[in-house]
Design a protein around this ligand. Sequence first.
Ligand code: 15L
Length: 270
Amino acid sequence: MANILLTGASGRLGRVLTVELAKAGYGLGLSDIAPFPDTVPAGARFEQADVGDGAAMLRLAEGCAAIVHFGGISNEQPAEAVLHANLRGANNVFEAAKAVGARVVFASSNHAIGFWDRGVMLDEDCHQRPDGYYGLSKAYTELLGRMMFEKHGVESAHLRIGSCEIEPTQTRHLSTWLSYGDLVRLVRACLDTPTLGYEIVWGCSNNTRRWWRGASWARIGYSPEDDAERWADRVSPPTDDPITERYQGGSYPSDGYSRVTPGPKDVFPA
Ligand code: 15L
């Protein structure tokens, strides 16, 4: 099986991927700015490194067929912090991929499109509508991947992950949930498909109430098996915040929101 570099290995999703990709037989190089909290699987190696360190990323990517990039900041934070970890980090990962001839599987996020109204069915090529600096960093990396593919032939998949949790706990999750099992199926599909090209991919399960049409799923061979609907009678009810409840990004659009009059619903055609 191919050698893979996994950034963000010490994070919640990185730890899930570490176990499952090792079990599936991929050769794993693991990296994170934080120490790895679990036992490193047999045959894998871990090196503590900052994704903002380009030389380290290049060294770690040597001999890898793919970089699964889950490193960086994973929630809304001040712009300066996001710029270093997520923009500089993404540049370093893509430069390393270009240098060693690897493909990139990137943990993008629904927050790249978080200002779309709920209930609007979106395709992968809808307008990016980031709901904060974090979402903006994901939108940037999606565009970085496009440039890297068109200019240098670097293949990449940008997984617009919804809510990857053990189980859905909020009403919004009935639309946005990605089960751990489907996360692993999704990443493996991106690693195993013979030709990846450049793809934006919705990172959700086969939720009855999802807002995202997965046209790219068939191209990469991803078949989600789970559906959040099973939890419909157990999730917490909607909040009383109209901004949170209006937009797909949930609490992120509402974080620091200072617009006086609500934005019109039809700024962009879906
Ligand atoms: C994300 O991108 C975050 O990393 C995660 O912590 C959740 O907030 C998720 O989005 C979500 O929208 O539920």
